[in-house]
Structure formats: structure tokens, C-alpha cells
Design a protein around this ligand. Structure first.
Ligand code: NCD
Length: 320
């Protein structure tokens, strides 16, 4: 069996994506019913986070605990990397220390591939630069399915700083593979210059981008990745692109509003919408726990067929 890495969703096929979402939904059912998940006694996961994280790191830990996997955390700070050790030497060290899998977040696009090349055991990408954040997209798809009953045929508007967002890229690949129509909405300076290479249509006016949308996915303005001059002012961005009760009017009546967090409250999203009935932001946080459990299970060699035997499909349940 080849090593099971999850480095991105772009290269996953629809069947694999659906299977991981089905396992996530079944783990959700079991955890809510107080039933145990499959156990991996003696397995150890290394969580390597070279960038800040609240949701992603804690949810990977929570998911690992549910599967009986021990975790060890590594942040770079306080390690030999602070003394100048390379990523390659760090990974070779962790391999020799018998870690079974590595979950990695890193500011450089493509670094999880490098980790995979040296580690040669399963590697899960927890966000690499502007590139991909596959477990976020899988969790978001589960959230949409649970709320809307389907993904096929939905119009999803991804709004804001698409250029710097790995969440936008992974979601665009994943949702379009599952049959959604994806729009990228934002100022010209914050939409990728190679938009045509991504599976989505660009919209520069918020009202046009949100027209008839079933799902509005807001993004955080990634100030830490932004070159000077991309935004004339936060005030102007707020005026033209903030998602709020007024700007949501052209969207579908039963639109849901998403945000991967952390939110710049009052900038990309206002409080009333973030905390209102259309918001599924906290559901996204919860779904990600089930999804990360599904991905850890799969990466460590778990058999999805054994978990799904007799389970109701979240896709078919949705159609019924
Ligand atoms: C995002 C990330 O780090 O990519 N957060 C997350 O994982 N939920 C989004 C962001 O930082 O804006």
C-alpha cells in the first residue's frame, strides 16, 4: 500500500473526497451517540505548527484523542530550528523518533510535500502558505451538506482576500469537484491574477457576486501575507465588500454564511450576521473535528469500507 498523504484536494478524485466526507459524517454520528471510534493504540502523531492556529491545532488534537492516538506538539520556537536546523533535518529527526504521522502547517507553499519526501510516513497538510488547507475544505463540505442537504448545483460565493487564502483554493477545488458553481468575489487586487486557472468565476461587485448565492463563504483579510498597496483602506474594503444583512439581500433566501475563522469582526463580516441564524461558523469548527478524525484514520491505514458498512450515506440522506 502506498503511503497515504493528504497534501491537497486538487489532486484528489471525487470518489476519495466523498469517502472522506462519508467517514466524517459517520464519525460525527458515533461521537454524538457516545460510541467509540476505531482505536490506534501506540500510534503517535506529531503536530508541527510553524504558524499560529487555534481551531486547526486543537481539532487535530481532539480528533487524535478520539482515535486513541497520542500527540506531540512542535512549534519551531524553542526547538533546534530556532538554532538554525533545516526543515529537512528536523523531519529526519522526527522520523527517527518513531512518529507515525505528521500534521504540518507552514508559511511556505509546498512544504508539506517536502516533509512527505523526507518523512516517508503519512503527512497531513494543515495549511501551507497560500496554497491549500484540505481538511478545512472537507469539513466545510460536511457543514454545507448537513445544512443544505446537497452540494451539487449550489452556487457558492467565496468573498474577499482570495489571493492569499488557502481556504479559498481548497474549497474551490473541492466544491467544484462535487458539482457546485464557485464564484470568487472581491476587489481586483485581492483576486488571484491567475484566476482563470482556478475553478471559479471572478466577480468584482459584491451585489453581482452574491446574486442568488446559496452559500456565502467569507475570508479573513490576510494582512500578514499582503504586500503594501493592495488595499487602499480597510474602511473602503468594508464599505464595498463587507458581508452583512444589507449586502446579503441579493443572495438566496435560505443562504448560509460561512467563515473559516479567525474573523476580523466588523471588517469582512458584521456581528449581526456572524452571530445570526444564517451563520454556520461554529458548525464549521465542529465539523472539522470529525473530518480531521476521518483523515487521521485514513492516513494511519484505517479501512473506510469497514466504517461505512451499514452507514447511511450523507449524500443520499441529503437527496431523500
Ligand atoms: C485559516 C487558515 O489558517 O488558513 N484558519 C483556519 O484554519 N480555520 C484561515 C485564516 O487564517 O484566515
Amino acid at each position: 500500500m502506498s503511503v497515504r498523504h493528504l497534501l491537497g484536494v486538487r489532486r484528489l478524485d471525487t470518489i476519495q473526497i466523498q469517502e472522506l466526507i462519508e467517514v466524517s459524517a459517520e464519525f460525527r454520528r458515533r461521537m454524538k451517540a457516545g460510541e467509540a471510534l476505531p482505536q490506534f493504540p501506540g500510534k503517535v502523531a506529531g503536530l508541527l505548527f510553524f504558524e499560529g492556529s487555534t481551531r486547526t491545532r486543537v481539532s487535530f488534537e481532539r480528533a487524535a484523542f478520539a482515535l486513541g492516538i497520542q500527540v506531540t506538539n512542535f512549534t519551531g520556537q524553542g526547538s533546534s530550528m530556532a538554532k538554525g536546523e533545516t526543515l529537512r533535518d528536523t523531519i529526519l529527526t522526527l522520523r527517527q523518533e518513531l512518529l507515525d504521522t505528521i500534521v504540518v502547517r507552514h508559511p511556505s507553499c509546498g512544504s508539506p510535500q517536502l516533509v512527505a519526501d523526507f518523512f516517508r510516513r503519512p503527512v497531513i497538510n494543515a495549511g501551507d502558505g497560500e496554497h491549500e488547507h484540505p481538511t478545512q475544505a472537507l469539513g466545510d463540505a460536511l457543514t454545507i451538506l448537513l445544512r443544505k442537504g446537497r452540494i451539487q448545483g449550489l452556487t457558492v460565493a467565496i468573498v474577499g482576500d482570495v489571493m492569499h487564502s488557502r481556504v479559498a483554493r481548497s474549497n474551490a477545488w473541492l466544491l467544484s469537484k462535487l458539482g457546485a458553481k464557485v464564484r470568487f468575489v472581491g476587489p481586483n487586487t485581492l483576486l488571484p491574477s491567475n484566476c482563470a486557472l482556478l475553478p471559479g468565476e471572478p466577480y468584482f461587485k459584491l451585489s453581482e457576486g452574491l446574486e442568488g448565492a446559496d452559500v456565502v463563504m467569507c475570508l479573513r483579510l490576510q494582512k500578514e501575507r499582503m504586500a503594501q498597496g493592495l488595499l487602499s483602506s480597510i474602511g473602503e474594503y468594508r464599505r464595498l465588500y463587507q458581508v452583512n444583512e444589507r449586502t446579503l439581500r441579493p443572495a438566496a433566501k435560505d443562504v448560509i454564511v460561512m467563515h473559516p475563522g479567525p474573523i476580523n469582526r466588523g471588517v469582512e463580516l458584521d456581528d449581526a450576521t456572524a452571530d445570526g441564524p444564517r451563520s454556520v461558523i461554529l458548525d464549521q469548527v465542529e465539523s472539522a473535528v470529525y473530518t480531521r478524525a476521518a483523515v487521521l484514520f485514513w492516513a494511519l491505514g484505517g479501512d473506510p469500507d469497514a466504517v461505512l458498512d451499514g452507514a447511511t450515506s450523507v449524500f443520499e440522506e441529503a437527496e431523500a
